[in-house]
Design a protein around this ligand. Structure first.
Ligand code: ADP
Ligand code: MG
Length: 415
């Protein structure tokens, strides 16, 4: 189905065509008509499926209608958990709205000077993209006029809850007109998210895009057993020498490890840099810009800092340390294989991680194939295949000794 069938303004269609988009993704195809019809919406779909445009295109479309009142406050408000994500959402709004006259985007983030933001907010705003904490400050100082707000959008709402923003989000919602349209995107729609949604919405439509079946088809997931730190470093070095690796994000468990590993890789001659939450906003922005321009080949990052990074050149994600939560695994590997490109996600796993790997496999519904590099074989040998080692009886278990030529053997469980 072409974008033309979605009743979007021709100026938006023109910008989409320039972006090289030919067809809406499934979440876009389903969400856009509901939002244009004015419904509240709760939606979930895996990372990299185009959720930003799913809410931003109808939001931009709304700007073609006359505003409710003649004030200059925002008509669209998007809340995001992290600064990086806010910047990406703003960039998307600017890109899709580039031919519209009344689509001024303002981004309000923590870590940036108040006087600059006050100035931005004193002018006419159409789309405001913000992280919750800093926005609350401005609301309390009376700097934001929500009288003409049409739409409130929560992007990555699950992550906002995880990060403790629930009270802030509720307070912000209360500061906006009750007549608004409310939209929530999240990895899951269960539990606390469902409650939050219910408390803020009127008869929301629900959209869940087959999260389990279509998951990461174009990302090849591999697992390498590691004996110790020395073995890990040698394997990493091997991976980084691969000429098919154009750009990589290497994930570590801590900020300190990210710094140490980035320094180590720099010393070995790689174009490496660290990205984590202890860096200033300016440093983080500069690093992401360098990554996007290709000046960084290996970004060593922590989970929160790397969330939402959308750089097409990233061919590999390497879990130097496994993430604590299975859900973060999905967010990490979603940094590669963007927009239909293929990607490789490699996880280093020690003997102690086996239960954790199982949790991740259960969460994604996919088994991760073990691989071995000649000359870098692990001494550690996972238990041989046995009935109880089978992945829910359907996945195949492949020991590292049976060397894989690559390619996902992992079968989807069709949940
Ligand atoms: P999500 O929020 O679901 O993780 P994004 O909105 O960040 O995903 O989109 C992922 C990538 O897909 C971005 O690079 C975006 O430009 C691209 N994209 C989005 N919609 C389309 C489309 N209809 N056609 C082609 N590429 C798209
Ligand atoms: Mg997103």
């Amino acid at each position: 189905m072409p974008f033309e069938n979605l009743n979007l303004n021709p100026l938006i269609l023109k910008a989409l065509e320039e972006s090289g988009y030919t067809e809406p993704t499934p979440i876009q195809e389903q969400a856009i008509p509901e939002l244009i019809a004015g419904h509240d919406l709760m939606a979930s779909a895996q990372t990299g499926t185009g959720k930003t445009a799913a809410f931003m295109l109808p939001a931009l479309n709304k700007l073609n209608d006359a505003p409710k009142t003649n004030s200059k406050g925002p008509r669209i408000l998007v809340l995001t958990p992290t600064r990086e994500l806010a910047q990406q959402v703003s960039a998307a709004a600017t890109k899709y709205g580039k031919y519209m006259r009344n689509a001024r985007v303002v981004t309000i983030l923590g870590g940036m000077p108040y006087p600059v933001q006050n100035k931005l907010l004193s002018r006419h705003v159409d789309i405001l993209v913000a992280t919750p904490g800093r926005l609350i400050d401005h609301i309390e100082r009376g700097r934001i006029d929500f009288s003409r707000l049409d739409m409130l959008i929560l992007d990555e709402a699950d992550r906002m809850l995880d990060m403790g923003f629930i009270d802030d989000v509720e307070r912000i919602a209360q500061a906006t007109p009750a007549s608004r349209q409310t939209v929530l995107f999240s990895a899951t729609l269960d539990g606390a998210i469902g409650k939050l949604g219910a408390s803020m919405m009127r008869e929301p439509k629900l959209i869940r895009i087959a999260a389990q079946t279509a998951r990461h088809e174009h990302i090849e997931q591999r697992l390498h057993y590691v004996d110790d730190m020395h073995h890990k470093n040698r394997l990493l070095d091997h991976m980084l020498r691969d000429i098919n690796l154009k750009q990589a994000i290497v994930f570590t468990a801590t900020k300190r490890d990210a710094d140490l590993l980035a320094d180590d890789l720099l010393a070995k001659g790689y174009d490496a840099a660290a990205l984590h939450g202890d860096m200033s906003q300016r440093e983080r922005m500069r690093t992401i810009a360098r990554l996007r321009q290709g000046g960084i080949r290996v970004l060593v990052a922590t989970d929160v800092a790397a969330r939402g990074i959308d750089v097409a050149g990233i061919t590999h994600v390497i879990n130097f340390d496994l993430p604590k939560f299975a859900e973060d695994y999905v967010h990490r590997i979603g940094r590669t294989g963007r927009a239909g490109a293929s990607g490789v996600a490699i996880s280093f796993v020690s003997g102690r991680d086996s239960l954790h790997v199982k949790r991740i496999e259960r969460f994604t519904g996919q088994a991760i194939a073990a691989h071995v590099i000649e000359g870098l074989e692990p001494k550690f040998k996972p238990r041989p295949p046995a009935a109880k080692r089978n992945f829910h009886g359907k996945g195949e278990y492949r020991s590292p000794q049976r060397r894989s030529s690559g390619g996902g053997y992992a079968r989807d469980r069709g949940r």
